[in-house]
Design a protein around this ligand. Structure first.
Ligand code: AHR
Length: 503
């Protein structure tokens, strides 16, 4: 039996937790939109063709902001195709994912769906094949009250009130050679800067996200961020981070420590942003929008999924439909710990994605919707991580990984909500063999009681929820927790994620 020790002190605050940390992402990719959120022929579809079972699950997941409409998709997208009478909307070749885009869902329909799930829109503009003018157009259509050509067009399409979208992404992953309109840091930065300044002519208070690198492993990582920030600093508010993790070559030890990579990635981007700030002598701080993160079996997608030729690109093909295991859910829980630990600088984030495509929610056409394993740590963290993140002190044994060297077996973060008096500890055991006993010193919290202790764990770390067995994996109450004399003692099974609330 090995042990770890954690100390929580409510006086040591990292920063407030922005609700936007619990955002997600819906791209016109595979079956995310069509057969995912929208399936007009389904028995459970509402008057707009949206699946009610999916709406319920998205609400249960507790998603704050939803990034739309892409992703790689946005870099070839004409937003005008997706508004107005459906019968007149064009079908287009969708170059990013080699699909056919029917344009049955666009900005107006997506905004209607967002009202139903209770989430905020984060809209990405196309800076791949388009530019300043189209960004201004979609902003005018979405956010102006009335009295201009495009705001009146929105009204004519049936939406009198503007959407008042606050967060806008200036393109997507423009550093990636796969991206339509892929460019150098300098030319992207100039376009992003011009676009941002033009958009601010309409509304100076927009919150604008400039593209960072599409991963911390890109050859241009670092130099890209520096160039882009030097050019855009005064015009934007956030720089994006994207990261996906998978057990490469079956290396689960490194995979379970993916949050180490996320921590380092965030720290580097913060350092670059603050370096640019220092050189400029600026008072403004640029925060991070971690607007794509998840476990993604990307190497499998590259091997098998892409359609070739141009004659028969399918509508809503089954691509990027990963089935998530217990181990994947533990990694998702640990990535949430990393995001919370950086709550002072990561003030928005999007789990990529939401339905069917690398998603916590799956659907079958004409059939059920169900929760993947990864649904659970996200839903619980979104519900319980309120108020501020606390800077905890952790003493944990370590294990060796091929990718990240020696890493702590246990990782943890705590949050505290002054409004309810609740403190929640999120903790993972990333070790594959041994149970860990953790002592949590909560004496500084004063008089508290255990309220809720739930773990995600299974003896089979590859167990998953599927169409046939949708409830194979779920949360379990962790009965091992004991609170005595200001000390919580808790057993953490190998490869497990736990949330423990005191109040
Ligand atoms: O989320 C899937 C894809 O991953 C997005 O379209 C792209 O931005 C990223 O490479």
């Amino acid at each position: 039996m090995i042990s770890a020790h954690l100390t929580i002190d409510p006086h040591f605050v990292v920063g407030p937790i922005n609700r936007r940390l619990f955002g997600s992402f819906v791209e016109h990719l595979g079956r995310a939109v069509y057969e995912g959120i929208y399936e007009p022929g389904h028995a459970d579809a509402d008057e707009h063709g949206f699946r009610r079972d999916v709406i319920e699950l998205v609400r249960e997941l507790g998603v704050s902001t939803i990034r739309y409409p892409g992703g790689n998709f946005v870099s070839g997208y004409r937003w005008e195709d997706g508004v107005g009478p459906r019968a007149e909307r064009p079908r287009r070749l969708e170059l990013a994912w080699h699909s056919t885009e029917p344009n049955e869902i666009g900005l107006d329909e997506f905004a209607t769906w967002l009202d139903k799930v209770g989430s905020e829109m984060m809209y990405a503009v196309n800076l791949g094949t388009r530019g300043v003018e189209e960004a201004l157009d979609v902003l005018e259509y979405a956010n102006l009250n009335s009295g201009t050509a495009l705001s009146d067009l929105r009204i004519a399409h049936g939406t009198p009130q503007p959407y008042n979208i606050r967060m806008w992404c200036l393109g997507n992953e423009m550093d990636g050679p796969w991206q339509l309109g892929h460019s150098t840091a300098q030319s992207y930065a100039e376009l992003a800067s011009k676009t941002a300044r033009a958009m601010r002519q309409i509304d100076p208070d927009l919150e604008l996200v400039v593209c960072g690198s599409s991963s911390g492993q890109m050859p241009t990582f670092g130099a890209w961020e520096r160039t882009v920030l030097e050019e855009t600093y005064d015009a934007i508010d956030y720089i994006s981070c994207h990261a996906y993790y998978e057990p490469l070559s079956g290396d689960f030890k490194s995979f379970l420590a993916s949050a180490v990579d996320m921590d380092r990635f965030i720290d580097k981007v913060v350092a670059i942003a603050d370096g640019v700030k220092a050189v400029r002598g600026s008072d403004k701080t640029i925060n991070i929008s971690f607007d794509e993160w998840n476990v993604w079996y990307l190497s499998r997608y590259r091997e098998v999924d892409r359609v070739s030729g141009v004659d028969s690109w399918p509508v809503a093909p089954r691509i990027c439909e990963d089935t998530y295991s217990v181990a994947d859910a533990v990694v998702v829980g640990s990535l949430l710990i990393s995001l919370l630990r950086h709550a002072d600088r990561v003030t928005a984030a999007s789990l990529a994605q939401l339905v069917n495509v690398i998603a916590p929610i799956m659907t079958e056409p004409g059939g059920p919707a169900w929760r993947q394993t990864t649904f659970y740590p996200f839903a619980v963290t979104s519900r319980l991580a309120r108020g501020v993140t606390l800077d905890v002190t952790l003493d944990s044994p370590s294990y060796d990984t091929d990718r990240f060297g020696s890493v702590p077996v246990i990782d943890a973060v705590a949050t505290r909500d002054e409004a309810t008096g609740q403190t929640t500890v999120f903790v993972v055991n990333r070790g594959m063999e041994e149970e860990v006993t953790i002592d949590i010193d909560v004496r500084q919290l004063g008089s508290v009681a255990l309220q809720e202790v739930q773990s995600l764990h299974d003896d089979d770390i590859h167990a998953a929820n599927t169409l046939e067995h949708p409830d194979r994996v779920g949360l379990r109450g962790n009965q091992s927790a004991i609170l005595a004399d200001g000390m919580v003692t808790l057993q953490l099974p190998p490869v497990s994620w736990t949330a423990l609330t005191l109040g």
